[in-house]
Design a protein around this ligand. Structure first.
Ligand code: GLN
Length: 479
């Protein structure tokens, strides 16, 4: 398969007519969407106007045009990231019709580097879910690219599914508790969730401010690294953005891994994990060893045991605060003003939020209430600190930690319907803790079982995304 870097070269050398290519690609997206529901919106007009502009600049031989890192590359955008003049809903009916007047920081970067925005991908409402079935009222559920009766994972389900189906494309995803790596695993693609603060959240519709991260999803590790190069970096508009030196993530692709140390998280294997998944993840570890890495087991007590409880306390507390602004007056859907304020707010929120959003508002509000705050929210924050310390200790010895990304194969929709909310939450047992600790993590496809993909999760210390790319690339090479 042609790599995206080859594609970019061809665009620059005028071997591809970018307008024609983009036109065809949009038609392909429409076809894919009919069957798989990966888009909430296809931004045809924007994509074609960008392509025409690129063509014009190439023809005029404009200064800098040939230095653009994403020239002509199709970029899809999770629907909770604001794109100027393109409907942005975060998968919620309450935001239907909202066209931002500005671009998110990552979108400014993508546009500056010549990326072509093809549309907004489907997701769980506001990111509330792990199967992309909690879509907002009136939205469609994306289907797994390998079996349409199964889930894509979530909440960046549309982004991951599309990454598998569409070539010459990279996706922008977002993760709060696992929403980049888990769908990437279910769809057999790479997904990199960076260190908290590495990529600006300016223009991202908040789920939980202390957890949200924008990252990249793609078919090859090189593509994922390329998009990360473009979007990472300091932004004065985001007070949590890290002011650290830029990295060249692409330089880690194919970099030898000899001597690197991998910690196999003991608690992440064994009971509760499907046998085939374990087997394939161990094959991936063997690939790393063959390339010269050293792997050994490590026991980490907190992440698997307390991750889910800690994460859901923090995430729902922050989500319930964030959703308060959607009250029918300041943001989102508006209805006829009738009755008292309370009646009005209740009516707007009842008809425009889905069930899971309502559940999280109730849970989070409860956890923050006087009297419960100490027992729940503040306790979760303390466990978060303990967890960070435990990880930090492990990273004194290891370059990366490894576990399966998901403990089950992508499930069928009919089976998901039977799950309780708590069982839904458990799908993220492997992924919530690195998110709680703000650590970078990567899904690497390691094999197939029953024609369904299996992913390995690699976690590194803060700002060590490069090591993840290096290791992911070593496994990709072995495939
Ligand atoms: N599945 C988790 C949740 O429902 C994580 C989702 C996410 O990362 N946005 O909160």
């Amino acid at each position: 398969m042609e790599s995206i870097n080859d594609f970019i070269k061809n665009v620059k050398n005028d071997e591809i007519d970018i307008v024609e290519h983009t036109y065809k690609l949009i038609e392909e997206c429409k076809e894919i969407n009919k069957e798989y529901n990966y888009f909430n919106t296809i931004s045809e007009e924007l994509a074609l106007s960008q392509a025409k502009e690129i063509k014009k600049q190439l023809k005029n031989n404009d200064k800098n045009i040939k230095n653009k890192k994403l020239l002509g590359v199709a970029i899809s955008v999770k629907d909770n990231i604001c794109v100027k003049d393109v409907e942005t809903t975060a998968g919620s009916k309450i935001l239907q019709g909202y066209k931002p007047l500005f671009d998110a920081h990552v979108m400014q970067k993508v546009k500056e580097e010549g990326g072509i925005i093809i549309g907004k991908t489907s997701q769980d409402e506001f990111g509330f879910g792990g199967f992309s079935v909690n879509v907002g009222v009136g939205f469609k559920v994306p289907k797994n690219p390998f079996d349409e009766e199964r889930s894509c994972g979530g909440s960046s389900g549309g982004a991951a599914g599309l990454s598998q189906k569409l070539s010459n494309h990279i996706a922008l995803g977002e993760s709060t508790g696992g929403s980049i790596v888990e769908p990437a695993s279910f769809c057999g693609v790479f997904g990199l969730c960076p260190t908290y603060g590495r990529v600006s959240r300016y223009g991202l519709i908040d789920f939980a401010n202390s957890l949200d991260k924008i990252g990249s999803i793609g078919k090859n590790i090189e593509d994922v690294a390329l998009l990360m190069d473009v979007i990472s970096g300091y932004d004065k508009n985001d007070s949590t953005s890290l002011n650290v030196k830029a990295e060249n993530y692409e330089s880690y692709v194919k970099k030898p891994i000899k001597g690197m140390k991998i910690g196999i998280i003991k608690e992440a294997f064994g009971s509760g994990v499907e046998r085939e998944i374990e087997k394939n993840v161990y094959n991936g570890i063997e690939d790393l060893e063959e390339e010269g890495a050293k792997a050994e087991e490590i026991s980490l007590e907190l992440p698997i045991k307390y991750g889910i409880a800690t994460y859901y306390m923090i995430a729902t507390s922050e989500a319930s605060t964030n959703l308060a602004k959607f009250c029918g007056m300041r943001y989102g859907a508006v209805e006829k003003l009738e009755g008292s304020f309370n009646e009005y707010f209740t009516r707007v929120r009842s008809s425009n939020f889905g069930d899971e959003a309502k559940r999280r508002i109730i849970l989070g509000t409860f956890a923050r209430m006087t009297g419960y705050r100490e027992a729940f929210y503040l306790k979760a924050m303390k466990v978060r600190t303990l967890m960070i310390n435990e990880y930090k200790k492990a990273f004194r010895k290891f370059d990366a930690l490894v576990s399966p990304t998901a403990s089950i194969l992508p499930p069928k929709f009919e089976d998901i319907e039977k799950l309780t909310p708590l069982q839904h939450y458990m799908i993220d047992v492997m992924t919530v803790s690195p998110n709680v600790a703000g650590l970078p993590h990567l899904n690497v496809p390691v094999g197939f079982e029953k024609n369904l993909p299996i992913g390995m999760l690699l976690i590194a210390d803060h700002l060590q995304e490069g090591k993840l790319i290096q290791l992911g690339s070593a496994i990709e090479k072995g495939k």
